[in-house]
Design a protein around this ligand. Structure first.
Ligand code: 26Q
Length: 801
């Protein structure tokens, strides 16, 4: 019997070259003399894709014949990035393809970067889903990802005079070579209309119907030894055309049925912070959840006959509440289509469903007005009421745990009540869930909440993005770390080995020069690669406190001008990130970073001392360049507010030292790398809560910290915005009078730790030793570990590797 490993074709250079020529000619329809870079990229992508088809079929077949438990990961977002280089490195074809492509006289590096990012996500939650897909294939877990094939991913960001401007992203303008359209895998999805009840059974007659059509992308694990499927749904009209108005000559009315359909999967909502109750968003959520469940139940019934056994065969993970309508939808299918009574249907559904919570912030928790829910999904609204009553009857203090509250459906409570397990994404976040948002529900169901701390895939986030460190690691400890990241511990003794430290430092230097070259070519700016690269890359949000970082830069500017001869560590502060288009404060923070940056960068006294860089349009591909080049990783959220963070893990495993608060996974990172190798500052989550409860007064902190008082005065008086001196009046007033995110309370502690970081920087050996120890001790943060934890503690599913 063939093992899946054996099916990965022996990569034969001649065959690979012929395959590329074949695809250029017959799939792309181009002659080599007429082929553009994109044509070549598509041909290479097809040739590479061909190689993962056999293991993909083999996996599907094996899961089917062995009737393995299947895991379904439902996520509104998959923030994938580019796929070609990932696939090439995965299959070990890098050297061969570099030379084959070079022989066609095509620039290999340019070919790889010609691919647009698949940016079907906002940030951490969407990227986590992509890392999980990689890990589920690498550990050999039978899994499907389900999401939406948005025509437009996250918007493109540019800066106009320092202000963020947004443009539609258009990743499907060129052929997307990785997917297979599955016109036969389509489901009608209804909206609105009426429900007629007949005993336990109801008949829902929707007012509108759209078709969900699946597009499949194979997701190969390491060395292609296992391959799962990512199925993304696209909305299509049920009928393209109404013949009756067409025959009357009313051509516009004839095309009307396609309008709703084309809207549903058109665009990713770019807001990752405030859940506004937009009808189209609810329709998107129901659209992909209902299509996925229909597909899941169809696949189950293809080889089982008793729906009561669903929980033994499948596990569904809800990535946040965005697919939480899965609970009433599965109950509906079981009752109205499969004749189950309500209580049985609910227990079957709950046996299959699991919910991951990613935030405690009230404004980010989804709530839908009951009238909207009742209008768009009348059957589901009735079932939610029934679930709420049923749950309330089974508990002592029902008032405290209602799904329906003040005319709204609270989706977090629905997801909690409808799930077998509910997980937090870091140890701290899980504890806070139990103490705050889910306090009452946790007391009623103490076995339900579990912790699975996030992780990141070491393939994309170390092996692929950091070729310099990859070679050093492979030379030193072999290649097993790629699928067993704990092996990095073999580096521990080498932290004290001068020769090894020098090679580690040289790899970092290579990455910094690579970034400097890129920024030279793309933005025309010059970076000194010997300066400290101090990097904060993430969505722009008040709780992430980019503001505190730029205030520190302004305070440094003042301090350096006062004392230019002091031994300042030369620093380049690099920012990357997008603000939600409607988030006024976040967009103002971007403008402030650019205003302060412009002031500092044009001051000749800052040359070789302090520089601010903010390249526009931060995305996965830019992260792959920035992360390996970082010396210092800024993870400075208000304690208690960042559920986990995952960028913190990527930076540390690539040898950056972290400056961070005791928030999210920073705490666990600190425990792993050791307190001598991380810079922790600021209030704890408990202190933040206590300070707020006692009546926080930012003014007293500002008065006690002249550095902060001075820069706030400068900002308020227009020192950084002479063209519009009042630009930051409200921002400064808010800091002085409210400061919900406690920038003032933490500023002194942040300043002090940054001074210690300056000192640590001058001790080059000590710095590099800490950097090596960061890499060596971060193995636990592999998403392979996370996925094995979910498989064991939540899904009760096996892994082949
Ligand atoms: C909700 C309703 C309507 C429109 C948009 C949304 C929406 C979309 C995206 C709400 C939230 C998000 C994304 C949240 C997110 O990325 N959270 C991050 O998840 C990471 C993975 O667990 C954590 O590491 C981060 O700490 C957390 O902020």
């Amino acid at each position: 019997e063939a093992k899946i490993q054996d099916l990965v074709p022996e990569p034969d250079a001649a065959a690979l070259r012929r395959s590329i020529e074949y695809h250029l000619k017959y799939t792309t329809g181009k002659d080599p003399s007429a082929a553009t870079l994109t044509d070549w990229r598509l041909a290479v992508s097809r040739a590479v894709r061909d190689l993962v088809i056999a293991p993909w079929f083999e996996t599907t077949q094996r899961v089917y014949t062995e009737d393995q438990k299947r895991v379904y990961y439902l996520s509104m977002e998959f923030l994938i990035g580019r796929l070609l280089e990932d696939a090439i490195l995965n299959l070990g074809l890098d050297d061969k393809l570099r030379s084959i492509v070079g022989n066609f006289d095509v620039d290999y590096a340019a070919l790889l970067t010609d691919e647009p990012d698949a940016a079907l996500g906002n940030g951490g939650l969407g990227r986590l889903a992509a890392c999980f897909m990689d890990s589920m294939s690498t550990v050999g877990l039978a899994a499907y990802g389900y999401g939406i094939r948005y025509n437009h991913g996250l918007f493109r960001q540019s800066f106009e005079n320092g202000w963020q401007a947004e443009e539609a992203e258009d990743w499907l303008r060129q052929t997307h070579p990785w997917e297979f359209e599955r016109p036969e895998a389509h489901y009608p999805i209804g909206f609105g209309g009426a429900v007629s009840v007949d005993g336990a059974k109801a008949t829902w007659t929707p007012a509108e119907t759209v078709l969900a059509v699946g597009y499949d992308t194979p997701v190969p694990g390491w060395r292609g030894r296992w391959s799962n499927t990512l199925r993304l749904w696209s909305a299509k009209p049920e009928r393209e055309f109404d013949l009756e108005p067409f025959n009357r000559g009313d051509y516009m009315a004839a095309a009307a049925p396609s309008v709703l359909a084309e809207t549903i999967s058109r665009v990713l909502y770019p807001d990752d912070t405030t859940a506004q109750g937009k009808e189209l968003r609810l329709k998107q959520e129901y659209f992909f959840t209902a299509a996925s469940l229909a597909d899941i139940v169809r696949r189950f019934l293809a080889h089982h006959d008793d729906v009561a056994k669903l929980p033994q065969s499948i596990a569904i993970q809800l990535n946040d509440t965005h697919p939480a309508i899965a609970c009433p939808e599965l109950v509906r299918l079981l009752m109205d289509h499969h004749g189950q009574p309500f209580e049985t249907a609910f227990e079957i559904a709950r046996g299959c469903l699991h919910y991951t919570n990613h935030t405690l912030m009230p404004e980010a928790l989804e709530r839908w007005p009951t009238d909207l829910m009742g209008r768009v999904l009348p059957r589901h609204m009735a079932l939610i009421e029934r679930i709420d009553d049923h749950h309330a009857k089974s508990v002592k203090r029902p008032e405290s745990v209602k799904i329906l509250d003040g005319g709204e459906v609270r989706m977090g409570d629905l997801a909690f009540i409808g799930a077998r397990r509910v997980n937090g994404v870091s140890a701290l976040h899980t504890e806070l869930m139990k103490q705050t948002v889910f306090k009452d529900l946790h007391e009623l169901h103490p076995e339900r909440v579990v912790n699975q701390t996030n992780g990141v895939t070491p393939r994309r986030w170390l092996y692929n993005c950091n070729p310099a460190l990859r070679s050093l690691l492979n030379d030193t400890i072999g290649e097993t770390w790629v699928t067993d990241l704990d092996r990095l511990e073999a580096l521990l003794p080498l932290a004290d080995d001068t020769a090894f430290r020098a090679r580690f430092a040289a790899a970092k230097d290579t990455n910094k020069r690579r970034l400097a070259d890129h920024l030279k070519h793309s933005m025309g700016i010059t970076l000194d690669p010997t300066a400290m690269f101090d990097i904060q890359i993430k969505r722009i949000h008040e709780y992430k406190r980019q503001l505190m970082n730029i205030l520190h830069a302004a305070a440094l500017w003042n301090a350096i001008r006062q004392n230019p001869e002091k031994n300042w560590a030369p620093r380049i502060k690099i920012f990357g990130g997008k603000a939600a288009p409607g988030y006024v404060m976040a967009k103002l923070a971007i403008k402030l970073i650019n205003d302060i940056g412009a002031t500092i960068n044009k001051d000749p006294a800052m040359a070789g001392r302090l520089q601010i860089v903010y390249p526009p349009n931060y995305n996965v591909s830019m992260a792959e360049l920035l992360i390996p080049a970082a010396d210092l990783s800024e993870q400075i959220s208000t304690a208690g507010m960042e559920a986990s963070g995952t960028g913190n893990m990527k930076l540390s495993v690539n040898g950056a030292l972290t400056v961070g608060t005791l928030d999210g996974a920073n705490i666990e990172i600190g425990e792993a790398v050791g307190s001598d190798n991380i810079f922790i500052f600021g209030l704890t989550a408990a202190e933040v809560a206590a300070t707020r409860a006692a009546g926080y007064d930012p003014a007293s902190h500002i008065a006690a910290e002249p550095r902060l008082a001075e820069i706030l005065e400068q900002i308020a008086s227009g020192a950084f915005s002479p063209d519009d001196p009042g630009r930051y009046t409200d921002l400064v007033t808010n800091l002085r009078e409210h400061d919900w995110f406690m920038v003032a309370a933490d500023f002194s502690s942040y300043w002090d730790i940054q001074s210690k970081i300056d000192e640590a920087w001058h001790d080059r050996d000590g710095w590099h030793r800490s950097a090596v120890l960061n890499t060596a001790r971060m193995g636990w943060f592999s998403s392979d570990r996370t996925i094995r934890g979910y498989a064991r503690d939540i899904w009760n599913a096996g892994t082949a590797y």
